[in-house]
Design a protein. Structure first.
Length: 281
């Protein structure tokens, strides 16, 4: 068993632990058939796009507003983190099987993003909805700026290298710490991870296993905090995860065929929509 196999095994064990904890904290949630269909659709679309590199959180936030489900921001964020425990694990197992990368680079990302998720999770469940709302708005603005700069090739330094070393690795670690704090406030960190990869001149393809592996460790840490505080939608979380898995399995074979440039413009539009709606409310 090599180091990557151990990383996979630990992630599977952690995920099982979170599922058990979720089960013992499960409570009833009344949803009509129409609402269940809407949430299942959100889970499928968001994770399909997540797998090809857009990220799921911005999509979920946008679609829940369009479809009028999961209205509470804090519970929504808890549910997004909980469903991502399952879908991130599936993505990690797929990506690590097909994409090779440097072990040290990935371990730094996993550790720092997980620490960020733990610290921010403790904060997120203790602040009021208005503060949470404003943090989400600020994070979406920053994400939108980063995406726009990437699309203009201002932040694009592609390379064939699969490792980050030296001082750049230390700076990368700080980027990952900040990235790990975002999901607790309802914003995905895929854009920040990709931006970091571009900035440090590394092959962009390694962003996929890094993001998935880090999520497999960070999401459980953040999710447990929300579960413990009962800040989640129980049945909605299950629907998001179940149909999210379907989206992952359908999207995984398509990664090599999608146009990342077009997908980033789509994500930027979604992020702008979220900024506008958050500003209005």
């Amino acid at each position: 068993m090599n180091s990557f196999d151990i990383i996979k095994l630990v992630a599977i064990i952690v995920t099982i632990g979170v599922v058990v904890y979720f089960y013992y904290n499960f409570s009833d949630e009344k949803l009509s058939i129409i609402e269940q269909i809407k949430i299942a659709f959100i889970g499928f679309i968001s994770n399909l796009l997540d797998t090809v590199g857009i990220g799921s959180f911005a999509i979920i936030v946008a679609l829940r507003r369009m479809l009028g489900v999961m209205p509470d921001d804090v519970k929504l964020i808890g549910s997004m983190n909980i469903q991502a425990v399952i879908t991130a694990l599936a993505q990690m197992l797929i990506f690590l099987h097909f994409i090779q990368l440097d072990l040290t680079t990935m371990m730094v990302a996993i550790v720092m993003i997980t620490i960020g998720g733990f610290l921010s999770g403790l904060i997120a469940v203790r602040i009021n909805k208005k503060i949470m709302h404003n943090i989400m708005l600020l994070a979406f603005v920053v994400t939108g700026c980063l995406l726009f700069l990437i699309q203009l090739n201002v932040l694009n330094f592609s390379s064939s290298s699969d490792a980050i070393v030296g001082v750049r690795l230390i700076i990368f670690a700080l980027f990952m710490l900040v990235a790990g704090m975002l999901p607790a406030f309802g914003v995905g960190y895929y854009s920040l991870v990709k931006t970091s990869i571009f900035l440090f001149g590394v092959n962009p393809i390694i962003a996929f296993p890094i993001m998935a592996a880090a999520s497999s460790y960070q999401m459980p840490v953040t999710a447990v905090t929300f579960i413990g505080k009962k800040k989640f939608y129980p049945k909605s979380s299950i629907l998001l995860a179940a149909f999210g898995l379907l989206g992952v399995f359908i999207a995984a074979p398509l990664i090599s065929k999608v146009d990342p440039y077009t997908l980033k413009w789509i994500l930027l539009i979604v992020v702008m929509y979220n900024i506008i709606t958050l500003t209005k409310t």
